[in-house]
Write a protein that binds this ligand. Structure first.
Ligand code: C2E
Ligand code: MG
Ligand code: MG
Length: 749
């Protein structure tokens, strides 16, 4: 047998075997080539131990190493299973690999050359196998090392995260035990959670059983804008609360939202929500982290038993309604939500509430407010929200109104009218019927992005309603802003008005109705604004009362009025001047000396002056008012109750104060000939006044019939356009010279 393998083929063999990707391939290639090169029928690689027979060719694969190994035992002739006798040759795989390449040929024996060649092939295979084995081990080692390194890194990160978590939780725990304000504890929780979750926005949502929409109580942490929290957090929070476990949702662009329930005293009370988490961030999947914070919050809330306190912070304790803060939050939430179409806000301000509060006391006032809130609620549907904004102001949010704005406004108007009618019905307060009313402004979401703006618009409309009289409903229009601006301007302009000499007095004569004699005059303040012209007192007096300017202005009015009356009395010694004074003036400690000084300065006796007080004067600070009024009365000054009938004081109540005169409000006088009720009321006041020795003045007499009716009732004094309009004091000299008893005589006839 000649060796028909060339060196070239051997090189190729070498390349093929060593290029094999793994042992199996290398062995198969080696055996195939060996059979081919040596023209043999059977070939295999026998490896030591368990590795057994590999790459067996020419015999059934069921032949085991145990059967083949003894056959190739250095002898040239081998006894093969199934095949019987054959010529065999074998060659070791080299020192590193315990095994041999074996071949068998039926016909010819193997030459020495062939055996050497087999030897070469076996060694090449051995080398290749060795390399492959080293490579495999190395690869395995590398993988192992990489795995270890990765695990170490993860461990490190976990430790770090745990450390940060612990530190954060610890600081929260400290805050809790230091009894820091709840809000700062909650903020610490949300801030901490946010930090550990890669600055993700976090909110704490508390479920309020009293309200369908939950409260967001802590959301400081990095929300794009405060209002943005609301809707993004509420839904997942609701899910977590319902499921009582941490829920994870992924958004359209793969970002994650995690919500974990928060417990108070073992009961699910809310949820901690993280939104917009980066899904690739390992911390993002860490629901455990959120749970840890959730538990921490649970601890904080349970510890402080503050959930109620938090909820209380959103509720008006008197009426149980949501408060302003809550109302604005809810409104913001709605304005943000594109799914909610039209929204309407009503701003409700009670009319004459102050006088109830002042005359019947604060408890009665509270009772009334609670009753009002119930009537308002009764006018609403379930989804609507009513809130108490403060004082006697309420607001209503109508959500489910018509989509079309004009229709929505109509619906809102209907609701508002209903409320106005309900509130105008008498209330039973402190055992007596009380009549109040309401002025209501309406605003829609048009042009409003912020809740504050919308409520502000409704407020502006309410102001307009208030000015139009009790029980009015007004829908906001943009021009109304100009008005409010004007009011603010007035406020500013008033600061300099006194110094700039813009105030004047008008006087309106008071006539004794029995005789037509002139009694004196009421001084009425006028503001001549450099740009606006004449501003009526109703528009600026309330502002001066708010700002306290009224004290200074009132001093000027007193001096000016008394210097006027001093002049009149030179012609007609008995004339008096009536000066209006505000509640704020009377409780001013300087007031008594102011009056005394003004009297001294003008050189007139106290009897030349009548101070007109409204009923509120007597009830704002009754003790102080009473002391001051008594001191003033010691100078002989007379006191009148102005606008009588509009407040709630009864005549008997007035008896506690040293009052001399009662001025029946114009609104009753104007009805004296047309309304039986007004007529009866005026008559009753006149009669009671006589019984209590109070002088009765009828204000605002506008025509002869009214005058006649009052003369018949024997009302003491009268004042009104029909008798004399308010006038420049210089013209009053003519009135003194030419009193008009004719008016009275004519009416008597
Ligand atoms: P008041 O004290 O009840 O004054 C009477 C008001 O009725 C005056 O309005 C007067 O012009 C108006 N009046 C008089 N007769 C008639 C009439 O026949 N028909 C109608 N329709 N009105 C009549 P005015 O001057 O606008 O004053 C409004 C209120 O401003 C006063 O009501 C008073 O409460 C307050 N006020 C005026 N001057 C002063 C002041 O110097 N100090 C304070 N604190 N308040 C003042
Ligand atoms: Mg008056
Ligand atoms: Mg009056």
């Amino acid at each position: 047998m000649t060796l028909h393998w060339s060196t070239h083929q051997l090189t190729e063999y070498f390349t093929a075997v060593s290029a094999s990707a793994d042992e199996e391939v290398a062995i198969r290639v080696a055996v195939e080539r060996a059979l081919e090169a040596l023209d043999a029928e059977v070939g295999a690689v026998l490896l030591a131990g368990d590795d057994g027979v590999r790459g067996l060719t020419g015999l059934p694969v069921t032949v085991l190493a145990e059967q083949l190994r003894p056959a190739f035992h250095g002898e040239p002739v081998v006894e093969l299973p199934l095949l019987g006798e054959a010529n065999g040759a074998q060659a070791g795989l080299g020192s590193d690999i315990d095994g041999e390449l074996v071949v068998a040929r039926v016909d010819d024996e193997f030459s020495t050359e062939e055996r050497q060649m087999l030897q070469g092939m076996a060694q090449v295979l051995g080398l290749a196998l060795r390399n492959l084995r080293i490579l495999t081990t190395e690869r395995a080692l590398r993988e192992e090392r990489a795995l270890e390194a990765r695990q170490r890194l993860e461990l490190l990160e976990a430790v770090r995260a745990r450390q940060a978590l612990l530190e954060t939780l610890l600081s929260i725990q400290r805050a809790i035990s230091r009894r820091e304000p709840l809000q700062s504890v909650l903020d610490a929780v949300t801030d901490g959670a946010s930090r550990l979750l890669g600055q993700a926005p976090i909110a704490l949502v508390l479920a309020d059983p009293a309200e369908p929409a939950s409260l967001i109580v802590a959301s400081r942490a990095h929300w794009p804008e405060p209002a943005g929290t609301a809707n993004a957090a509420r839904e997942p929070a609701a899910e977590a609360i319902a499921a009582e476990e941490t829920v994870c949702r992924s958004g359209p662009s793969g970002e994650l939202t995690l919500a974990t329930p928060v417990h108070v005293s073992g009961v699910v009370a809310g949820s901690l929500v993280a939104v917009g988490l980066d899904a690739t961030d390992p911390a993002a999947e860490n629901a455990g982290l959120m749970s840890a914070f959730g538990q921490q919050i649970s601890l904080a809330l349970t510890d402080a038993r503050t959930v109620e306190a938090v909820r209380e912070a959103y509720r008006d304790p008197l009426t149980g309604l949501p408060n302003r803060k809550r109302f604005l939050e809810r409104l913001d939430q709605i304005l943000e939500d594109p799914r909610i179409g039209t929204v309407v806000v009503l701003f409700i301000d009670l009319d004459r509430f102050k006088s109830v509060n002042d005359s019947l006391g604060h408890n009665a006032g509270d009772e009334l407010l609670a009753a009002v809130s119930e009537r308002i609620l009764a006018c609403l549907r379930t989804g609507d929200m009513a809130a108490r904004l403060g004082g006697d102001e309420f607001a209503v949010l109508l959500e489910g109104v018509a989509v079309e704005e004009a229709r929505a406004v109509e619906e809102a108007q209907a609701v508002a009218e209903r409320i106005a009618v309900q509130v105008a019905e008498p209330f039973q307060v402190a055992g007596r019927p009380v009549y109040i009313g309401s002025s209501i402004g309406i605003a829609t979401r048009a042009d409003c992005t912020a809740a504050g703006d919308m409520l502000g618009n409704a407020d502006v409309a309410m102001y307009r309603a208030k000015r139009a009289g009790s029980g009015q409903v007004v829908v906001f229009e943009p021009e109304m802003h100009a008005e409010q601006l004007a009011r603010l301007e007035l406020r500013a302009d008033l600061q300099n008005a006194l110094a700039a000499g813009e105030f004047r007095l008008d006087v309106q004569p008071l006539v004794r109705l029995g005789t037509g004699e002139l009694e004196g005059a009421e001084a009425l303040l006028r503001w001549h604004h450099p740009r606006r012209g004449l501003v009526p007192p109703d528009q600026f007096i309330p502002i001066t009362e708010e700002t306290g300017l009224i004290n200074e202005i009132g001093r000027w009015v007193l001096r000016e009025s008394l210097s006027q009356v001093a002049g009149w009395r030179r012609s007609l010694p008995g004339l008096t001047v009536s000066v209006n004074v505000s509640a704020r003036q009377i409780i001013d400690p300087r007031f008594v000396t102011d009056v005394a000084d003004a009297l001294d300065f003008a050189g007139v006796p106290g009897s030349a002056l009548t101070l007109e007080l409204t009923e509120t004067v007597l009830t704002t600070d009754p003790a102080r008012a009473l002391t001051n009024l008594r001191l003033i009365k010691e100078r002989g000054v007379r006191l009148a109750v102005d606008d009588f009938g509009t407040g709630y004081s009864s005549l008997s109540y007035l008896r506690q104060f040293p009052v001399d005169q009662v001025k029946i409000d114009r609104s009753f006088v104007s009805g004296v000939t047309t309304s039986a009720q007004d007529n009866a009321l005026v008559r009753a006041v006149v009669d009671l006044g006589r019984a209590l020795r109070l002088e009765v003045v009828a204000e605002g007499i506008e025509d002869a019939e009214q005058l006649q009716a009052l003369v018949r009732m024997e009302c003491d004094l009268g004042q009104g356009y029909h008798l004399h309009r308010p006038m420049d004091p210089r013209l009053f000299a003519d009135v003194i010279r030419l009193p008009r008893p004719d008016l009275i005589t004519i009416s008597r006839g």
